[in-house]
Design a protein around this ligand. Sequence first.
Ligand code: NAD
Ligand code: DAU
Length: 352
Amino acid sequence: MLLVTGGAGFIGSNFILDWFKQSDEAIVNLDLLTYAGNLQNLASLADDSKHIFVQGDIGNIALLEKLLAQYKPRAIINFAAESHVDRSIHGPEDFIQTNILGTFRLLETVRAYWNELNEQPKAAFRFLHVSTDEVYGSLSANAPAFTETHRYEPSSPYSASKASSDHLVQAYHHTYGLPVLITNCSNNYGPYQFPEKLIPLMIVNALAGEPLPIYGDGLQIRDWLYVTDHCSAIRRVLKAGKQGETYNIGGWNEKPNIEIVKTICTLLEESHPQSNFQNQITYVKDRPGHDVRYAIDARKIERELNWRPLETFETGIRKTIQWYLDNQSWVTDIQTGSYREWVEKNYAHRRK
Ligand code: NAD
Ligand code: DAU
């Protein structure tokens, strides 16, 4: 079986749901259930004995030892992280705890487990660390997209903590021979994304008649990938990736933020023809240290592992919007007091 960490979050839960569409192999899902973890994402697996959920911290060594001894996974996929840049600016501590210290403790415990495996399972074992393009820093307008050898130059507490975790994972391969794989992916979007991130926030706010807050001039560029394409890339890397290697994952879909938001408005107006959502666009104070542009060069994973995304931005964004329209109770359940506190904390001081 697999041990997946952070499997109740956005990408982790999509990964698990997708996994069971193609495999009967069981998954132990270790997730702390922070504000970003949501078991409703996995409600369709409630009666499925192949999904074993354990609430806990990737930094809890005793718990990790117990789970590894009990379930003897053939691979670990580490999604667990604090993932929101703006939260890392308001309070970096949790990012250091989970993304750096948590990953370190996970690596240490897995190393001890892996060392004791017999020859065949030891050779087949993999530790796949899910990381981000943000570790490479920001690109200027005409610079070529990030390749796997691009220098690490993280700029936010979030990206610095992810860069640290990548270095630790590489060090465990280099020093101890742990069979690791690292994936660095661009911005994901799709079902079950917490509405603190750009795309779900804009859909949810538009429908609620709230402002659509654009940081700065809205011309920053992100490279968007539909979440199930990220999941298929991870499955591919797990199966055929070369240990010790990094694979960049992206969809060749660079777009400025303002274009994304205008597209969302236009598509929402198809089902709400009386509305003019673009009237809700509001320019607000910029994110400190805002990275101007990310772009992923995904040629290595295409060339070596024959992976390509299936969705274009046009198909993926339509699916995403439809999902949020069809799942408004999922959104309402998330908009708890702590969500409203976050919105107040992040946006009140930005109002011009
Ligand atoms: P998310 O914030 O939606 O989910 C993170 C999950 O990790 C949550 O379920 C949370 O409860 C869990 N978690 C947090 N701390 C934990 C801990 N100490 N122990 C166990 N579980 C813990 O994040 P996401 O967007 O699904 O991202 C998943 C991973 O992919 C992260 O490592 C992130 O850096 C990376 N990534 C995200 C994107 C993106 O666009 N969202 C792109 C590239 C890479
Ligand atoms: O690139 C991969 C990364 O993408 C992941 O590693 C992170 O986990 C994920 O959160 C994401 O980081 P970003 O900072 O790019 O995503 P976010 O959705 O927060 O913001 C996308 C862009 O939109 C960014 O330029 C900031 C801008 N933005 C965001 C919000 C929330 C706004 O203009 N207004 C907003 O309200």
